[in-house]
Design a protein around this ligand. Structure first.
Ligand code: ADP
Ligand code: ZN
Ligand code: ZN
Length: 767
């Protein structure tokens, strides 16, 4: 017997191996096989009695993974679809979709071993910080890890420090941490205070379960009464038969989460094995969602609700993935990678903030998790709910055509919470009247910030640029600090005392003088979140200013800690990037200030205005969520721009319709379908020459007659890490013609030489 195995390898073929006839693994089984001099894990796709590979070159399967039941035919079909659609090998799609522990045969045995994990108890949370000697850095790291995550597995603790487990056992004896042992299959045996398990149906969310040791399963005494709009939406989802895509267009704060919760509850109750998949765009939103879901479905045990995202420790990710795969997990909550989870009983998918660019993977397999969610729902004949206050124009257009059913929540859910008033601050006009901004903060914004501080309300200042200043420049000779490896300026990071390249990570110390002319007056140009944080601390005395961006949240668990400070009211002014704009239910924020949004108005990327509008609607939506009247102040030089007018009127529909009309006239997506070929070379000439040959090769593909080919062009940041990058856009009004062309292209591209790498992206978001 032979098996045909998919390996994580760029060649889009399956590899044949010999196996014992009486022990031939089923398709979907993981196997360890020899490959060259290595052993690798592959996925059995077919079992056959015949192989075209000559007998002497055929090697045998090494071992078969028994810890993981075979992946289903449906899952293999999903991987095959994604591979075909995104122009990748099946193995390049299927294997990276699995948790690392499954792709390492030496760890298979331990997958079924009982796992020990430690959970920080409230007593430990308050006692630990004072109990640790000041210089005990290893202990502090251990305590930080515990505090930042729901639990820490013994294996992950050992990886931190060899004596970590002994320390944890001592802390357990003090009553600071609880030890839990999870048997194979996820049965929990606790040695800490046990939570009250309340058997009963998952719909019954009135059950008290408040003393779960991690404190997140707070009992939710009564379900909120749905608004009429929410009821209509929930009823429509309940009534759905078969494949049913919904576009849930709900303004910020309209209670979309409640709609997902009800839709899930009904399905999970009707079928005690059904599974649900809920996608969120941003890792930092998972705790908020997880808390809401655990509270609502308190009767389900720990493993019935699992999260899947890249922030999980490997062991945990493998366990959660297996819980989904074996059907033990009923609700899987995750970021885009969760769309590829194995869910044998999947009955509904919800995609929150479906417009978010984070759903698009930007390296390797460049898939859109939203689009794959739709495909999965269609494959299984189930409902899929795409929720957003600012749907992507692609989805809006699908709804216009009646392919998706539109559900509308036009009002905020909390009684007397209304949408904030949006005012534009004309920076030119302010200047003409002799009221120039101080350090980028206009007079009206400063006044509003001070008023909020006096009233004890919170403000959020949004600026989509991290670091202190985007440039460090010399006035005397015009020198600007650049990255030696990229064609980009480096960003000044003041607290870290460094210049940093945001493209390749290169870092250096801040020079004292201009390296070109020796001038000591080199100065930061422009503004990032660090500088705004510094400015606001000066301009608004007494305000507690907190910055949340990718730099301030680099350490594991720190984003969570910072967000809880905001929720606890320990912050007066929150400064942040798009990280703070998305989804968070800040209940005390009554003012949002927007700085420097104008740059995106004149981008060469036709999607820039769609993204800006969505971002500004999102961040505006953080204001006035719980009854406090909200106000949004946008500083701009272009107060008459149509985008800002639509924003001020909260008019997504007007903006969407106008933008779609423009796209139609200009033959842009969603009215055409696009793909991008990118090439990376040692020189720009090499990359461009490759793309020109690639374009010429299209003449040999008949379907390409219906495909428009644009000129090869350098990327905006042409050089990154000494590698030069260029791209070639192709598009067609016919999806079929584009896909047929794309299928025929890669074999030709493999024959071309002269570049380091090339890749195809289907439905690119960044042009
Ligand atoms: P969205 O995701 O649409 O921005 P959320 O789901 O975060 O909105 O809900 C906003 C707030 O409204 C939350 O605090 C939520 O608890 C509350 N909420 C949702 N539905 C209702 C309801 N029917 N009655 C009262 N409050 C509600
Ligand atoms: Zn100089
Ligand atoms: Zn660089």
């Amino acid at each position: 017997m032979f098996v045909r195995v998919a390996l994580d390898h760029p060649l889009p073929t399956l590899f044949d191996y010999r196996c014992e006839a009486d022990a031939a693994p089923h398709p979907g089984t993981l196997v360890s096989v020899p490959f060259g001099k290595r052993r690798v894990v592959g996925l059995v796709c077919e079992v056959t009695v015949h192989s075209d590979v000559p007998e002497d070159r055929l090697r045998a399967v090494d071992s078969v993974c028994t810890a993981c039941p075979p992946l289903s035919a449906q899952w293999l079909e999903l991987a095959a679809f994604a591979a075909d659609y995104y122009q990748r090998g099946l193995g390049e799609v299927a294997l990276p979709a699995l948790p690392q522990a499954l792709r390492d045969a030496s760890r298979w045995a331990r997958l079924l071993a009982p796992e020990e994990r430690y959970r920080l108890l409230p007593a430990g949370r308050s006692a630990l910080p004072d109990a640790l000697p000041p210089r005990a850095t290893a202990l502090r790291r251990l305590a930080d890890e515990l505090a930042g995550a729901e639990f820490l597995s013994a294996a992950d603790a050992r990886a931190l420090h060899p004596k970590a487990v002994a320390t944890l056992d001592a802390w357990q004896a003090n009553g600071w941490v609880a030890l839990e042992v999870i048997e194979a299959g996820g049965v929990l045996a606790r040695s800490g205070p046990a939570p009250m398990e309340t058997p009963g149906d998952p719909h019954e969310s009135t059950s008290p379960s408040a003393d779960a040791p991690n404190g997140h399963a707070q009992a939710c005494a009564t379900l909120p009464t749905l608004t009429d709009e929410q009821s209509t939406a929930v009823d429509a989802i309940h009534a759905a038969q078969g494949f049913a895509p919904f576009l849930l267009h709900g303004v910020t704060g309209s209670g979309k989460t409640e709609v997902y919760l009800r839709a899930l509850a009904a399905l999970l109750e009707a079928d005690s094995t059904a599974q649900a998949l809920v996608l969120v765009p941003e890792i930092n939103l998972t705790p908020q969602f997880e808390a809401a879901f655990r509270a609502r479905f308190a009767a389900l045990d720990d493993y019935a609700i699992v999260t899947l995202h890249s922030g999980l420790a490997e062991g945990e990710r493998a366990r959660n993935w297996l819980a989904a795969h074996t059907g033990r997990a009923r609700i899987v909550l995750g970021t885009r990678l969760a769309v590829l989870a194995s869910l044998p009983r999947l009955a509904i998918i919800c995609v929150d903030e479906e417009h978010d660019p984070a759903y698009k993977q930007q390296e390797g397999l460049r898939y859109s998790a939203r689009d794959l969610a739709i495909w999965r729902a269609k494959q299984l004949g189930i409902p899929v709910v795409l929720g957003s206050a600012t749907p992507s124009l692609e989805s809006w257009w699908q709804a216009d055509q009646g392919r998706y059913k539109r559900l509308t929540l036009a009002r905020r859910a909390v009684a007397d919470a209304v949408l904030p008033s949006v005012k534009l601050i004309d920076l030119e006009d302010e200047r003409r009247r002799g009221r120039a901004s101080v350090e980028g903060i206009s007079g009206p914004l400063l006044t509003a910030l001070k008023a909020r501080l006096e009233r004890g309300e919170q403000s959020l200042v949004f600026l989509n640029r991290r670091g202190y200043a985007p440039q460090l420049a010399c006035d005397a000779c015009g020198w600007v600090a650049g990255c030696p490896r990229c064609s980009a300026y480096v960003v000044l990071h003041k607290p870290e005392r460094a210049l940093r390249c945001h493209h390749c990570g290169w870092e250096s110390r801040i020079p004292r003088a201009c390296p070109e002319c020796g001038n000591v007056d080199i100065a930061p140009l422009g503004r990032g979140t660090q500088r705004v944080e510094e400015t606001l601390a000066k301009l608004v005395p007494g305000a507690r200013v907190l910055r949340i961006d990718a730099d301030s949240t680099r350490r594991k668990g720190s984003a969570q800690a910072l967000f809880s400070d905001v929720h606890a009211g320990e912050v007066d002014i929150l400064v942040g990037t798009q990280m703070v704009a998305k989804g968070h239910d800040f209940r005390r924020v009554s003012l949002v200030g927007v700085l420097n949004a104008d740059t995106a108005l004149f981008s060469h990327d036709f999607r820039a205005s769609e993204r800006l509008f969505a971002q500004l609607m999102q961040v505006s939506g953080r204001a006035g969520r719980a009854g406090l009247p909200g106000e949004v102040l946008v500083q701009t030089r272009y107060p008459r721009h149509a985008l800002y007018h639509a924003l001020a009127r909260h008019d997504y529909i007007g903006f969407a319709n106008a933008t779609l009309a423009e796209r139609r006239d200009a033959h842009l997506p969603p009215f055409v379908y696009q793909a991008m070929l990118r090439a990376e070379g040692r020189t720009l000439e090499a990359a461009l020459a490759f793309l020109q040959q690639a374009a010429a090769a299209l003449h040999e593909i008949p379907a390409a007659e219906r495909v428009t080919v644009y000129d090869a062009v350098p990327l905006t940041i042409v050089k990154v890490m000494h590698v030069h990058r260029a791209q070639l856009l192709i598009e067609s009004a016919s999806r079929a013609a584009l896909q047929t062309t794309l299928r025929a292209w890669p074999p030709m591209l493999r024959g071309l030489k002269g570049v380091l790498r090339w890749s195809i992206e289907v439905d690119p978001l960044d042009i």
